[in-house]
Write a protein that binds this ligand. Structure first.
Ligand code: MN
Length: 142
């Protein structure tokens, strides 16, 4: 474990996205930017993976086959083992009432599909504090 920390492991990002193409695209984008990608297509599975893998960041879709992304975020933020993990919602939703629900869910940031690659990269850097040591609990809350 100590050795792995000394070698500065890549930041882990959990992608929760049920659309296979979108999931693959995000996975490729993450690899390009030097992150390790974990992926799932289901909200409930995301909760388990987050608890077990403690990713540095979660990219969350809203429309999922089981629980909604909003419900998944509420549960992640209600669980002390996962609440400090920043969550960026990546969604095609644009209606204002939907946006209000997303922002009220407790996520740290929101990006609408389609987005510019640099836009997502900047958000990911901001919320994973790349280059800095992992600092759970002191992360910026927005
Ligand atoms: Mn979806």
């Amino acid at each position: 474990m100590d050795t792995a920390i000394a070698q500065r492991p890549r930041r882990k990002v959990l992608v929760v996205e049920d659309n296979e193409l979108n999931r693959k695209l995000l996975e490729v984008r993450l690899e390009i930017h030097g992150y390790e990608a974990l992926t799932t297509s289901e909200g409930a599975a995301a909760l388990d993976i987050a608890r077990e893998q403690q990713p540095d960041l979660i990219l969350m879709d809203i429309q999922l086959p089981d629980i909604s992304g909003i419900e998944a975020i509420r549960r992640l933020k209600a669980d002390e083992q996962t609440r400090a993990i920043p969550i960026i919602v990546v969604s095609a939703f644009a209606m204002s009432y939907e946006k209000a629900g997303i922002l009220a869910s407790g996520c740290e940031a929101y990006i609408t599909k389609p987005f510019k690659g640099e836009e997502l990269a900047a958000l990911m850097e901001r919320y994973t504090g790349r280059g800095a040591p992992k600092a759970r609990g002191s992360a910026e809350r927005g």
